[in-house]
Design a protein around this ligand. Structure first.
Ligand code: SF4
Length: 452
């Protein structure tokens, strides 16, 4: 393998993609590659997202630009679009290696075969078959105080609008033993925030028979470790850190899990629970497999048990056939839940998904209008929720400085907080927990002073 070569990674999309890029970076560095700028790198890896057309479109701009600024650069395309035949037809000759991320361990052989000026190698060639277990690779973490720890990969849910089950394959989970080992090492190194991530954390199941070391008569029932038990085990690791997790599918959110989040000290009271729509017919056509009533029932249980919780969601507006009345149900859901944040997307048809058989019949202007209407409700509910923070003290994890030179951190409820006492500017607080008294609040941010 050639060494003294350089790489650069461009990541588009979700937390799983960011986490995958961390594993790709460490894999390449183990092969002798060094990180470099986009312009100078011998190899550019693009971790792509195909969840929305707008995310997909980004690669059609990025790839020609990369080739223009450095004609000899080798491009590796991974992520959601790595298996899409239509994407290959469109930009095939500009990409050197198409790499589904779970096949990462084959990259060494692919690169050795790709020493020519152009190779356009397909991973599906049987020559490159190896173990599919890329999550075992040690990542090169992007942060020194906050780490994504993937607990699994893939999705079995097949929501009709979503490409993820096709792009990432079926659900595969890491053993609890392996996850706990990774978290223990991170905490020992001083990491303050551990984010457990998977497409659906709530369906986590550890391999049976691991970590079963108990004389408890009930041990048989403990052989399969579910997400609630995994959270309890991570919570029991000694150290000063907190635990986040995403994403939770509402159909798999159990009472046991709600109780665990409420009762364990290190688990953040922030729940991201994607509703996607507020109308039962739309939910049915999305194949979400829960009803509005079930979703609102969960919200009630969560709020009853954790009055301080912050709730966030994902919503699609303009799903095929969504009538005005059906959209109004989503708006009512927003009023009822009083979200702290929502990621609202206008529906766009995705190749290969089941929803393609539905006519994309909502005009773009109408989708935009619906998005704006939800944003209006969201701004109001988020501002109302944030006002309640004023005058109270919170533990904040500082994660950066803003353009004004002030530190910015997050509460355990994932609210952004700007630190406004000027005497702290000279100190390096990034990656530290501090106690802050909140003095100001607007719709999506808080500001306060460090009190110790
Ligand atoms: S749960 Fe649905 S939306 Fe989420 S990744 Fe799986 S198929 Fe996609």
């Amino acid at each position: 393998m050639t060494t003294n070569k350089t790489y650069h990674i461009i990541t588009i999309g979700c937390q799983m993609n960011k986490s995958d890029s961390e594993r790709i970076a460490s894999y390449l560095e183990n092969l002798g590659y060094q990180e470099s700028s986009e312009k100078e790198a011998d190899l550019v890896v693009i971790t792509t997202c195909g969840v929305r057309q707008s995310a997909e479109n980004r690669i059609y701009g990025i790839i020609p630009k990369l080739k223009k600024q450095n004609p000899s650069v080798k491009i590796i395309l991974t992520g959601c679009l790595a298996g899409r035949e239509d994407v290959k037809k469109r930009i095939g000759e500009k990409v050197d290696i198409w790499l589904p991320v779970k096949e990462l361990e084959k990259l060494k052989a692919l690169l050795e075969n790709c020493e020519d000026d152009f190779c356009n190698t397909s991973i599906y060639n049987s020559k490159y078959k190896t173990n599919d277990d890329y999550l075992k690779l040690k990542p090169k973490y992007n942060s020194v105080f906050s780490a994504f720890v993937p607990i699994g990969n893939g999705c079995d849910n097949f929501c009709t609008y979503c490409v993820v089950p096709y792009a990432r394959g079926s659900e595969k989970y890491r053993s609890a033993e392996e996850i706990l080992e990774e978290v223990k090492i991170l905490v020992k190194k001083g990491y303050k925030e551990i984010a457990l991530i998977a497409q659906n954390v709530n369906s986590y199941k550890s391999d049976a028979n691991v970590l079963i070391n108990t004389n408890d008569a009930d041990c048989e029932s403990k052989k399969v470790i579910n997400f609630s038990k995994l959270l309890q085990m991570v919570n029991d690791i000694k150290g000063d850190f907190w635990i986040r997790f995403a994403t939770s599918h509402p159909k798999d959110m159990s009472d046991e899990l709600i109780e665990t989040i409420a009762s364990r000290k290190k688990i953040c009271h922030h729940i991201h629970l994607p509703a996607q729509a507020g109308d039962d017919d739309v939910l049915h056509r999305m194949n979400r497999r829960y009803t509005r009533g079930h979703y609102l029932g969960l919200i009630k249980k969560i709020k009853d048990r954790m009055p301080d919780v912050a709730l966030t969601t994902d919503i699609i507006v303009g799903f095929p056939g969504e009538t005005r009345q059906q959209f109004d149900k989503t708006k009512e859901l927003f009023e009822e839940v009083q979200y702290d944040m929502a990621y609202i997307a206008q529906y766009s048809p995705r190749p290969g998904t089941a929803a393609l058989k539905f006519e994309d019949d909502i005009e773009t202007e109408e989708k935009k209008r619906r998005e704006e209407e939800l944003m209006e409700v969201l701004r109001r509910t988020a501002a109302g929720n944030n006002k309640k923070y004023i005058g109270k003290k919170y533990k904040i994890l500082i994660d950066k400085k803003n353009k004004r030179g002030n530190f910015v951190g997050r509460t355990e409820t994932n609210k952004n907080v700007e630190i406004i006492n000027p005497e702290n500017i000279g100190r390096n607080l990034i990656g530290e927990f501090v106690a802050v008294k909140i003095e100001k609040a607007d719709d999506f941010g808080l500001a306060g002073k460090i009190i110790c």
